[in-house]
Design a protein around this ligand. Structure first.
Ligand code: MLT
Ligand code: MN
Ligand code: ZN
Length: 297
């Protein structure tokens, strides 16, 4: 009933502006002409009091500071129940290192994602005496926070960039990239910040949902190549783009989802410019372009 979601960070890895990027959007953000956005994270609560953080971005220190609901309520006391990570990408796990100050919470992830963390001993900075790492199997509902049930499910994706081998499958279905179903007593929301493609499984799951936060990395697949920022397409990075016949705007057009928001926007995405045609097109198609600090009830 008192479900609330708070976008802590609406940008993809790198943020807006990205430290080394001189693209149009990054320059505009640096100049203060468009809003800056921090990296990918969402806070949710089922009782309006105790929060879970979905993905721990490198900007988490700043994100907590900007969010009164996540401020300490007493000496070293915080209304944070848990942190859940949906893949092992740096933009989703590096913030765990910021959360190392002996603060109790439960860290939820799939076996595959917990393995990635376990293979990186720097994460032992999260003292196991206070931070409980709980492994969550796919399709098994669990209590994420009071009055808030979550279920993890696989979405097409790839292993983190730093674990890529010679051959990379970009639409792997497994436990390395997951979506999150969030349920209160009467509402259902989905959080899917990374997804390579629409599948029949996804369509069936999401049809009729009350609320969706979805991967908005790129507007078009070759956006970064056109901007002369690199050779990678969105597909190669494991992200479906917003526009085009195979894009998310088309894919979600007729699924009866009450409220749809884009999150995890790359800094090149034109929807990050408030006055862009692309943002207007996304809105005309029924989408909200997520922004840092946006609250959804
Ligand atoms: C992604 O979403 O594709 C990754 O976060 C890329 C990265 O690790 O920088
Ligand atoms: Mn990312
Ligand atoms: Zn840029």
């Amino acid at each position: 009933m008192t479900f609330r979601a708070h976008i802590l960070g609406a940008a993809a890895g790198g943020g807006l502006p990205q430290w080394n990027c001189g693209c149009e959007n990054c320059d505009l953000a640096r100049a203060g002409d468009i809003p800056s956005q921090t990296q990918s994270s969402l806070a949710v609560t089922g009782d309006g009091k105790t929060w879970a953080v979905l993905n721990a971005s490198p900007d988490i220190r700043q994100q907590f500071a900007a969010t009164p609901a996540l401020h300490p309520t007493d000496l070293r006391k915080l209304s944070l129940a848990s942190v859940l990570v949906t893949n092992g990408d740096i933009d989703h796990i590096a913030g765990l290192l910021v959360l190392r100050e002996m603060q109790p919470f439960t860290l939820f992830a799939t076996p595959g994602i917990h393995d990635v963390l376990a293979q990186n001993p720097i994460f032992d900075a999260l003292n196991s005496a206070v931070v409980t790492r709980q492994t969550i199997a796919l399709e098994e509902p669990f209590t994420l926070a009071p009055q808030l049930t979550a279920t993890l499910f696989p979405v097409p994706g790839k292993v983190p960039l730093y674990l890529e081998g010679e051959e990379v499958q970009t639409d792997l279905i497994g436990d390395q990239t997951v979506g999150v179903k969030l349920e209160t007593s009467d509402k259902t929301a989905f959080y899917i910040p990374g997804c390579a493609a629409m599948t029949d499984d996804l369509r069936a799951r999401l049809t009729g949902a009350d609320l969706l936060f979805f991967d908005g990395t790129l507007w078009q697949d070759d956006e970064m190549i056109r901007a002369r920022l690199g050779q990678k397409t969105g597909a190669r990075m494991g992200h479906m783009s917003m526009s085009g016949p195979a894009g998310s705007i088309a894919a979600f057009a007729d699924m009866g989802i009450t409220q749809k928001l884009f999150v995890h926007m790359n800094n090149t995405n034109p929807v990050l410019r408030p006055a862009s045609d692309e943002k207007a097109q996304a809105e005309a198609a029924g989408w909200i372009v997520g922004q840092d600090g946006m609250e959804i009830t």
